[in-house]
Ligand binder design. Structure first.
Ligand code: CFM
Length: 482
């Protein structure tokens, strides 16, 4: 066991228990607990987890944010999850960008609504939005701190609007202040959506998949959000295997397909932080088993295909797909591996992608020297410990000072991080690659691995770094970038 004291934490020793270095004994740091006053956390709020992460990627719903305008505006469009135009093509109108990125819809709560209650206003806003967007197949009402605290009965409004308009209306009650991070919002959305879909299917059984529509190979991809079109490369892998993806929870998915989740034979769970809850509930409540997988990197994607294949007795087909895909990417990967060999990487994400990517970096000859997680739970750290080598610095819910010290101490050649921290990295001379919504994705699957490797390579070898006094004494730019 190896705990760490960072210089920046001399005045807040409580932070010590949030960080460790991987070694012989696996350590689980303090995690998923309230942020200390004075610690400038980078965490998001529960509402962000429900609206931005899980509700947002659903393609044909209106995301009605029941809040003052700021909650809706400042959380809108911050996360890249693209949706198809097909769901939006009507005879009068073709909307060719993701609905939730194009329109920000809110009940616009004012002071008097807070005092007297906002249910009437919410109802009017829902009806107006449904009138403005006739192509919408559903609406989800999201509450925030304000409307959560005043106790508006949004479920009652949802039922009323659904009755009046006939479109499916759900509620996601996850006020920002209700948990310690966005992770609470993932959990809330999962449990509430599962419950409401169960009730809906009882109320309107015609929405279930009919027996004659079912196939023995129906699956759902759970915790897959189509970041920069990941689904374009992952979906075909399972389809070539012979599986039918009935539903994706929730990237680029239509609400009618999400209502069919209980009808599938197997759930394949990718993000096991934000969506394993619903897979567990589907197992408990509807008897749908699930497998966990990672769709990043050669080894893990192959493993995911093999495990899905084993469930359905399609092992041979899986091997053919893997062989074919490997032949397609081998040369490119060999090129990038040679360039990336020996480089050190620091990764800062929500949590899961640290463990998703350790193996992938190894496949490219790189070492992960630090892994930082905004909202990971104990099971994420277990997975990190199982995959990490020795000597990797792990920090739970880091703040900016800790990130800076981490960069100065571990001296990575590349920092995989988000939009906020990239400036810090670049000012310190460390190239960065967007680890949340990618630079030029998709990054998942076999084909995505090549894009990922290319972006890592372009990050490290960008000629600009030779003009910088970076952490590593100026970038080692070589002919490779030319
Ligand atoms: Fe799951 Fe995600 Fe992640 Fe996540 Fe996120 Fe994300 Fe992430 Mo950014 S759902 S937990 S809340 S894998 S947006 S697509 S990259 S922090 S590690």
């Amino acid at each position: 066991m190896s705990l760490v004291r960072m210089k920046c934490n001399e005045c807040i020793p409580e932070r010590d228990k949030h960080m460790y270095v991987t070694g012989e004994e696996p350590v689980i740091p303090s995690c998923n607990i309230a942020t200390l006053p004075g610690d400038m956390t980078e965490r998001g709020c529960a509402f962000a987890g429900a609206r931005g992460v899980i509700g947002g990627p659903i393609t044909d719903i209106i995301a009605m944010v029941h809040s003052p305008v700021g909650c809706a505006w400042y959380t809108w469009g911050t996360r890249r999850h693209l949706s198809d135009q097909y769901a939006w093509a009507t005879k009068d109108r073709l909307t060719n960008v993701a609905f939730n990125r194009r329109f920000c819809v809110t009940s616009d709560m004012q002071e008097k609504d807070v005092v007297f209650g906002g249910m009437k206003k919410l109802e009017r806003a829902c009806l107006e939005a449904i009138r403005l967007f006739p192509e919408a197949k559903g609406l989800i009402i999201f509450t925030t701190c304000t409307t959560g605290l005043i106790g508006d009965d949004v479920q009652a409004v949802a039922r009323k609007v659904e009755k009046e308009t006939g479109i499916l209306v759900f509620a996601a009650q996850s006020p920002g202040c209700s948990g310690v991070s966005q992770s609470k919002g993932h959990h809330d959305f999962n449990t509430q959506f599962y419950r409401q879909v169960t009730e809906l299917r009882e109320r309107r059984p015609e929405l279930k998949m009919r027996e004659e529509e079912k196939t023995p190979y129906d699956v759902c991809l759970v915790g897959e959000y189509n970041m920069d079109w990941d689904l374009k490369v992952t979906r075909p892998l399972f389809e070539q295997l012979g599986l039918r993806i009935v539903s994706v929870f929730s990237g680029n998915e239509r609400i009618e397909n999400l209502v069919k989740m209980p009808d599938v034979k197997l759930n394949i769970v990718h993000c096991q932080r934000s969506a394993e809850y619903i897979a567990e509930m589907e197992k408990e409540g509807n008897g749908v088993p699930f497998i966990r997988c990672s769709l990043y990197g050669i080894h893990q994607t192959s493993k995911a295909l093999r495990e899905a294949a084993r469930f359905f007795g399609l092992e041979e087909r899986a091997e053919q797909i893997i062989t074919g895909e490997m032949a397609r990417i081998e040369k490119s990967i060999a090129f990038y591996r040679e360039k990336l060999q020996g480089k050190k990487v620091a990764i800062y994400v929500g949590g899961p992608r640290v463990w998703h990517w350790i193996k992938l970096m190894e496949e490219l000859g790189m070492t992960v020297v630090a892994g930082l997680c905004t909202f990971a739970h104990a099971d994420d750290y277990e997975k990190i410990n199982a995959k990490a080598g020795k000597g990797m610095l792990v920090i739970d819910a880091p703040n900016e000072f800790e990130i800076e010290e981490m960069l100065l101490d571990t001296k990575p050649d590349l920092f995989l991080c988000g939009m906020k921290e990239k400036h810090l990295g670049r000012k310190l001379g460390v190239p960065t690659v967007n680890s949340h919504s990618y630079e030029k994705g998709p990054y998942a699957g076999f084909a995505g691995m090549v894009n990922f490797a290319r972006d890592l390579y372009q990050g490290i070898y960008a000629p600009v770094w030779k003009f910088q006094w970076g952490l590593n004494g100026g970038g080692e730019t070589t002919d490779a970038a030319e």
